[in-house]
Ligand binder design. Structure first.
Ligand code: DP6
Length: 427
């Protein structure tokens, strides 16, 4: 029986890549074809043991330029940007083959790609950054390119701008670059590894959303086309913020980090409102989170003047709040979230586990409810009200800051970890 088993296992790789959440936001492209941003940005890489994309790329025995893709088990058509990314990597392989005579001819073989996310789409987290970064890494290994991470970052960028930051762990800057001809200098670089600030972590508050959001690519182009505020932001605000946030990270200065993060999220949503017609990504849940975090920070500061901020919120192109905070403050913040955002009703323990995920371990923390009761009362006195409906927050995701993409296996070693079976179809 003609099976492609041998060839398949030789030229295959399986990789995982992490999600990243920006604190200085990327919003706007100066060149859509090359995916060059109007401003630099900076993100933190979340732990891929908790949230990840996983991708297997197999170079099949048969010749042809076809690429088949299965996302979470369902076959999908590749987007124009994915095709760009694949074409660019095949070109690099072809150059390599032309240079090294006798190199196996892989550039014009059919590719099979299977990719899954370990977080549900319902989690409301964009999977494009981790997914496209993972595709670049797995393709690199399957085609035997072994490109430097910075070059892979530029290639991932062709798939989705924010994907270029998922090539690194820890604290990652994406420099906008100045080369408008090739875009080769528009790449991400690691500012500090995940081990640099071990106390830092993230809590994602997944907000229920009724209306369909405007996809980021379309939204940001509308902003570029119509918002005068965006020009001001890119020219006069972001450059100084990039310097300041790198300093804050280097010095593990949470107050500076938190203020910059919140201000930049606010300004990103301000340029969305400045877009004509306007774009709204924040909803009433998001606004209630902002009010709670703001008052909470003020009350904590009144008790301990050495700290100005305890938690920092940031929002992407949707209503979910991401809170960056120090691990020691998670139990208290979680209790306040519970107090002010009644959770959906749980039919059983499973529902409860799904709602809290990894955050559950902080609930059982020694902190007693009496400790937060006083704080709750003060927040109520300061005007913070319980969110009127239960289920305003759909689930909570806790994450550490994590490392960059991992190759789980390449060549024959990919077989056991592969998402593809011997016939080249999803397992
Ligand atoms: C709000 O990277 O999804 O999350 O480059 O068009 O694929 P494309 O857009 P995308 O935009 C992300 C925007 C953001 C901010 C950020 O991640 O910096």
């Amino acid at each position: 029986r003609a099976r492609e088993t041998d060839g398949a296992v030789t030229h295959e790789a399986t990789a995982t890549a992490p999600v990243n959440i920006a604190v200085i936001k990327y919003w706007g492209k100066r060149n859509e074809a090359l995916m060059l941003p109007t401003n630099s940005s900076l993100s933190l890489t979340l732990d891929q043991d908790q949230l990840q994309s996983r991708t297997s790329v197999r170079v099949r025995a048969e010749r042809g330029d076809a690429v088949r893709l299965w996302l979470n088990g369902r076959e999908e058509k590749l987007s124009a940007r994915m095709l760009n990314l694949v074409a660019a990597m095949r070109r690099l392989r072809r150059e390599k083959e032309e240079e090294a005579k006798g190199a196996e001819e892989l550039a014009s073989r059919v590719l099979h790609v299977a990719s899954v996310n370990n977080f549900p789409t319902a989690a409301g987290l964009a999977s494009s950054a981790s997914g496209l970064a993972c595709l670049a890494v797995a393709l690199d290994a399957a085609l035997g390119l072994d490109l430097p991470r910075a070059q892979l970052s530029a290639l991932a960028r062709l798939g989705s701008g924010s994907a270029c930051r998922s090539l690194f762990g820890g604290f990652v800057a994406w420099d906008a670059g100045v080369n408008n001809a090739t875009g080769a200098d528009s790449v991400a670089r690691q500012v500090a590894p995940e081990t640099h600030w071990p106390a830092m972590c993230a809590l994602v508050l997944v907000a229920s959303a009724d209306q369909k959001e405007m996809p980021s690519s379309r939204g940001m182009q509308a902003t570029v086309d119509t918002s005068p505020l965006l020009l001001h932001r890119a020219a006069h605000v972001v450059p100084e913020r990039m310097r300041a946030i790198e300093r804050a990270i280097r010095d593990t200065d949470f107050d500076a980090f938190a203020e910059l993060t919140m201000r930049d999220s606010n300004q990103f949503h301000a340029v969305c409102l400045d877009t004509f017609p306007p774009i709204f990504y924040l909803n009433s849940v998001s606004q209630a989170v902002i009010a709670l975090v703001t008052r909470y920070n003020e009350l904590k500061h009144a008790k301990d003047s050495s700290r100005r901020f305890t938690a920092a919120y940031t929002f992407d192109a949707g209503p979910n709040a991401v809170l960056y905070l120090l691990k020691e403050d998670v139990p208290e913040v979680l209790r306040l979230v519970n107090a002010f955002f009644p959770h959906p009703s749980f039919a059983n323990d499973n529902d409860r586990d799904e709602y809290y995920g990894q955050a559950k371990k902080f609930l059982d923390d020694s902190l007693s409810s009496a400790d937060t009761a006083a704080l709750e009362k003060e927040l109520v006195e300061a005007g913070i009200r319980k969110f009127p409906q239960s289920g305003g927050i759909k689930r909570i995701i806790y994450s550490d800051i994590g490392d960059g993409p991992r190759i789980l296996g390449r060549g024959p070693d990919s077989r056991n970890v592969s998402l593809l079976n011997d016939d080249g179809l999803p397992k």
